[in-house]
Design a protein around this ligand. Structure first.
Ligand code: ADP
Ligand code: MG
Ligand code: MG
Length: 902
């Protein structure tokens, strides 16, 4: 440690930091420091902290002292390298690179070749002995600087360069002869002067200072903001800035640049993997404009650098104990490592790599569990294309991000957004993507590009978003202006044509290809008998089993039908946390409910109830049998009764028309009167849940009798049945008492009738704020609580979900009223507070109280973490979310006991 560290606060040498400091130094800076400490060949430099950026973003000015610190660090760098920034004779050049705590590929700006000016370009030419290289570097600086620092639009820059392309018959600037590049530089400087009202700064120090500020500002560009929203990265972190001595991959055939992964980030396959571009600068690879060669071919070009790279990759993987993603450059046979990070990967790769690392002895099962996520598991549970389909392949490319996407072709971002807004699934087809295409990529189901490889922008971003992507489909010619693409034999794809994209095979098809369930789902369905499991399925299974071992949170399923009950059991559910009974009143049974509502007097009512009883009993018998040995929580009827009656308007019209035509149907008149009587202005706040049970005598008793008789029958047949009866919408202790005594009476009667004593627990949903606040008293009459977080969220926020999600939420999300919809992830401070209060007061009043959650939040990864931390007994979610919940419950245990570094 040097003494400067005590004095400085905004700037750190690469040699001073470490990977733990990503809050302060950003991910890139922290890893550059780590690699420097490891003795890897990193060009020297220093990092300006995120603190400085945050200060700049709030005040609009660089914090006092920063300029001095930068000057001091630059001075040391110059001393170390024996060259001065922008020196006319032998200039030191630097890059100014953004790097936030979380990687945001391509979202912020980096400027290369700072230090070149009208004089130093000659010095660089002389010392490198390569005039073309020197002028092309100056051209790159002018271009990046104009764009990033001075906000000159790309079109103007392109227009300044294009005439020379025509003259020399080339497509890219670096192919131009030196004299032409010199003219291009002059043209770029003229555009800069004209557009920004000032000359391109010739003073290298000023170049550096303005570039640093521009990188700070790039934190706030719309595309960076969109990316953060998409990835749930907080908006107030700011970026660090890395100033690094330039190295050059564009010095001829013995130079080059590339990206390497220590394992395949798409499949998880071990082995060398990456792209290399000879005689090029780093930014040429990510741009995806030139076609790269596979990394393995570097061995034949420069065996020595290849060996060194392999050694560096090995060192990094052992050190980080994870897949590393590396940027490197070779300058005239000398290898430089410019960046590393723990690499992004597909869901499949995440599971496979985690288990590989366990088997290689690098990490524990706990760590493996912490490194995968429920979101990734749910991606693996998506369907894929049926492998036996015989649709002819339209075009082939690089399998960049797996998945099976079917949608209509859109050739630009705006069209993709428009189609998606109309409800059409979209395939975005582009030559290559840039950060400007991000909204279209978000809107699309799948992405197809004609250029670039697995490390192109399209591939990296698609993998991050879990979207299907095929890159480098070279045989397709895309014409975005004409809104079409053409194959070599002239077949045309027009905008709106249906395409199917297989991201695993890298193929594109015309029309709709049939999809089949994922192998992971197939494995869950078959259960332990399946022995044809592939490596991925085995990896998922091993990690899930470990999650089951460590987790303390139970996982139940929401299942209303015997089929769902059986499936949830195969998927690992330990009970049914919510069995809704509403559907048991729909379809052909609806007329019985009508009769019940229209009944005049107790006799008619009883007759209607008697008709419903055997039907309900049969439903419950099948579910109890499917869940033998596990608890089944049956919720008594919840929605307003009018939902079972005809619509008021429809019926009014029908009756009115009848009357006009002189037809009188007394049944319809009676029905209309009943519908009118029951009509409510706010049905969701009206006659529903426990209120129905109290207002319509016999309704809950009927349901209870059906449950109790079914339970007795299953028990008599030797089954182990564990029924639980759950009362919805309770807000007060007295409601619970009334209903409980009715339920207990029926259970006792059935026990006496059947001779079967079935222990039946009686509890309530906590879905009304008052219930949460009065949980202590309610718990005296309840054996269990189950948080109905959907209603609890609606009632706590006073949001009618169906009304607000489309109209209000987009604005709320944009304005950060919340970062994620409270219906998706539990609102920890508001609704979550009610959960904690009810849990604490309920348990205090009744120590045996079992507490679960049955809202949709029960299947949401971040909410599960909350429920585990709060100390609930179980979560209940839809059958397909059960494996996700098991995984997340396990992760909640292991990440709570270690600080999660992901
Ligand atoms: P991003 O975060 O978008 O990848 P980087 O800061 O990594 O941006 O820089 C963009 C490209 O420029 C990368 O390919 C990187 O390797 C290259 N680059 C950055 N600094 C230097 C340097 N000092 N010398 C040579 N190439 C560099
Ligand atoms: Mg980079
Ligand atoms: Mg509810």
């Amino acid at each position: 440690m040097t003494t400067t560290q005590h004095r400085t606060s905004f700037v750190f040498d690469f040699a001073e930091g470490s990977r733990e400091q990503s809050d302060l130094l950003g991910g890139k800076g922290a890893n550059l420091a780590e690699m420097t400490r490891l003795g890897l060949p990193v060009p020297p430099g220093f990092t300006i902290t995120t603190t400085a950026c945050r200060s700049y973003l709030t005040t609009g000015e660089v914090p006092p002292g920063l300029a001095d610190e930068v000057a001091a660090h630059l001075g040391r760098l110059e001393q170390e390298l024996g060259r001065e920034l922008g020196d006319a004779d032998d200039p030191l050049l630097v890059s100014v690179r953004s790097g936030a705590k979380f990687s945001m590929p391509g979202m912020m700006e980096t400027i290369l070749d700072i230090g070149l000016n009208d004089r130093s370009v000659h010095g660089l030419a002389k010392h490198s002995g390569d005039e073309h290289f020197a002028w092309d570097s100056y051209r790159r600086l002018l271009q990046m600087y104009a764009r990033t620092v001075l906000d000159v639009p790309d079109e103007l820059l392109h227009a300044a360069m294009a005439p020379q392309y025509g003259v020399h018959g080339v497509a890219t600037p670096e192919e131009l002869p030196t004299a032409a590049i010199q003219s291009v530089c002059a043209a770029l400087k003229a555009v800069i002067a004209h557009h920004s009202g000032r000359e391109f700064p010739q003073d290298p120090r000023e170049q550096l200072e303005l570039a640093i500020n521009a990188v700070f500002r790039s934190w706030s560009t719309p595309r960076a903001q969109l990316y953060r929203r998409q990835e749930n990265i907080p908006d107030d972190l700011g970026t660090a800035v890395n100033v690094m001595a330039m190295v050059f991959g564009n010095r001829g055939p013995d130079s080059g640049t590339g990206v390497a992964f220590t394992r395949d980030p798409a499949s998880g396959e071990p082995g060398v993997y990456g792209d290399y571009l000879q005689n090029a600068q780093g930014e040429d690879v990510v741009a995806g404009v030139r076609n790269t060669i596979p990394l393995i071919q570097l061995q034949g070009i420069d065996a020595d650098s290849y060996e060194k790279l392999m050694a560096a990759m090995n060192k990094l993987e052992l050190h980080y104990r994870d897949l590393c993603d590396i940027e490197f450059t070779i300058e005239r046979g000398r290898l430089w490592i410019l960046q590393t990070r723990v690499g992004k990967r597909t869901a499949a790769a995440a599971f496979r790599i985690a288990v590989q690392l366990v088997d290689e002895g690098l990490i524990t099962m706990d760590e493996a569990l912490a490194r995968v996520s429920g979101t990734q598991l749910s991606q693996l549970m998506f369907p894929r294309f049926d492998s036996s389909h015989d649709t002819a392949v339209l075009a082939r490319g690089v399998a960049a991000s797996p998945g099976a996407a079917v949608g209509v072709a859109a050739f630009d971002s705006a069209t993709a957004q428009r189609f998606a807004a109309e409800g059409q699934p979209v395939i975005l087809v582009r030559r290559e993507t840039t950060p400007d295409d991000l909204p279209g990529m978000v809107a699309a189901e799948g992405i197809v590009t004609t250029r670039g490889g697995k490390t192109s922008h399209a591939a990296v971003v698609a993998r991050g978003m879990g979207k299907t992507c095929v890159c480098g489909v070279a045989t397709l010619t895309v014409d975005p202006e004409a809104r079409r693409a053409v194959t070599p034999d002239g077949e045309e794809i027009a905008e709106g044509d249906l395409l199917s994209v297989d991201g695993l095979a890298g193929t594109v098809y015309r029309g709709r290809v049939a999809v089949v369930p994922s192998p992971v789902v197939a494995f869950f369905e078959k259960g332990a008998e399946s022995n044809d499991a592939d490596e991925l399925v085995t990896a998922v299974d091993r990690i899930l089993r470990h999650a089951d071992q460590v987790r303390t949170l139970g996982v139940h399923a929401n299942a209303d039908t015997p089929a769902d009950a059986r499936r949830s059991r195969r998927f690992g559910a330990e009970g049914i946390g919510l069995c809704r009974t509403e559907h048991m009143f729909l379809g052909e049974r609806r007329q019985f409910v009508e009769e019940l509502i229209l009944a005049e007097g107790p006799a008619e009512q009883q007759a209607a109830l008697d008709r419903l009883l055997p039907l309900q009993r049969a439903d419950f018998t099948e579910i109890f049998t499917a869940m033998d040995g596990l608890p089944v929580t049956v919720r008594l009827i919840d929605p307003p009764l009018h939902e079972f009656l005809p619509d008021l308007t429809d019926l009014s019209v029908r009756v009115a028309v009848d009357h006009v035509q002189g037809r009188i149907d007394p049944e319809n008149d009676r029905l209309l009167a009943a519908v009118r009587r029951m009509h409510e202005a706010n049905p969701m706040l009206g006659l529903r849940g426990v209120r129905l049970g109290i207002v319509i005598p016999g309704l809950f008793a009927l349901q209870t009798r059906a449950i109790a008789e079914a339970a007795a029958a299953v028990a008599a047949a030797g089954g182990d049945v564990r029924p639980e009866i759950m009362v919805p919408l309770v807000a007060s202790e007295q409601e619970m008492r009334l209903v409980r005594s009715e339920i207990e009476e029926v259970i006792a009667t059935v026990a006496a009738e059947t001779g079967q004593q079935v222990a039946t627990r009686i509890g309530t949903m906590i879905e009304v704020p008052r219930a949460a606040l009065c949980a202590g008293s309610i718990a005296r009459s309840a054996d269990f609580f189950s948080f109905g977080t959907n209603d609890l969220t609606q009632l706590t926020w006073a949001f009618s979900r169906d009304d607000v999600e489309a109209t209000i939420f987009p604005r709320y999300l944009e304005n950060r009223v919340f970062a994620v919809s409270p219906f998706e992830t539990i609102d920890p401070n508001g609704v979550g507070r009610l959960v904690r209060i009810a849990l604490a007061e309920g348990r205090a009043a009744n120590p045996d109280l079992v507490v679960g959650v049955c809202g949709e939040h029960g299947g949401d990864p971040r909410s599960i973490e909350f429920f585990a931390a709060a100390g609930l007994d179980y979560v209940s979610c839809s059958p397909f979310r059960v494996p996700v919940a098991r995984l997340e419950a396990g992760r909640a245990t292991v990440t709570a006991s270690s600080s999660d570094t992901r």
